[in-house]
Design a protein around this ligand. Sequence first.
Ligand SMILES: Nc1ncnc2c1ncn2[C@@H]1O[C@H](COP(=O)(O)OP(=O)(O)OP(=O)(O)O)[C@@H](O)[C@H]1O
Ligand SMILES: [Mg+2]
Length: 303
Amino acid sequence: MNFLTDLNPMQQQAVKAINGPVLVVAGAGSGKTKVLTYRIAYLIEQGIAPQNILAVTFTNKAAEEMRQRVIKLISAMATLHPRGGATQEYRIGISALRQNIGTFHSICARILRHEISALGYKPNFTIYDDSDQNDLIKHLTKEANLDKQQFKPGMIREIISSAKDELLDPNQFREKAKNYIEETISQIYQAYQARLKMANSLDFDDLIFLTVKLFQFKPEVLARYQNYWQYILVDEYQDTNHSQYTLLNLLAQKNHNICAVGDIDQSIYRWRGADFRNILNFEQDYPNTQIILMEQNYRSSQN
Ligand SMILES: Nc1ncnc2c1ncn2[C@@H]1O[C@H](COP(=O)(O)OP(=O)(O)OP(=O)(O)O)[C@@H](O)[C@H]1O
Ligand SMILES: [Mg+2]
């Protein structure tokens, strides 16, 4: 089936450029997410195993939408095969696809469930939400007799979170501390991290932070995932922060088959911690990048 006829020529080009780095830069409503969806279907049509494809989104909703759209495209392809979509191989492929299309957090959680013992945690770790984090931080500031007004738990939580986005552990954060407040927060960060570990728990930022750490300290583990995910796709690349950027960069290092889509106009300060330089530096990070610009806006012409 020629499902690519749904796409305009630039979109088709972006879908078909499956080897080497590709950066699609285009405005809102130009079909960036659609391109990623079709690209996954195209890769599979070209014989790439779903197991070898990783697609990363920012929200669970976006991931679920992408899963459903890809599965719809694939099953339309499968109906053309003699045994339809009923084969064992097809079912395994669909289940791999479901797992390999996910958010940064879900993908990292899955990696850590398998690998985290290398970092001294147990695989059945629990994940703290905002209020668990606040409770722990409140407890630690009280224990340290800190002034409640000056050291509000919400503020400390955000500073720790930004430190992890920047891949700074408590020691590295302390080295950068410029004043008494930051110095004190670095001590809270240290204690916070120790308590989390004692409770065999991670916060959301740890999911990405610890996965990056794992890959940096265990090249053999990274190599396994590089061999596994040979084709990487990323939506909303302009929204990546430093830890997310580094994670993708580590994974793409071996095969360089990374396709990022993003919008420079939507990049600046849209998302907390997002570093718009990531999209501007893509070409330097990945030599021989194909850049594809898509100009047509489908959303406004529909309205
Ligand atoms: N070639 C096309 N023909 C018809 N409709 C299209 C085409 N390309 C995209 N669309 C439609 O335009 C809308 C926007 O597409 P999509 O969500 O992929 O854009 P986007 O660039 O990812 O937008 P955003 O920047 O908001 O994430 C969708 O409804 C999509 O189906
Ligand atoms: Mg989109």
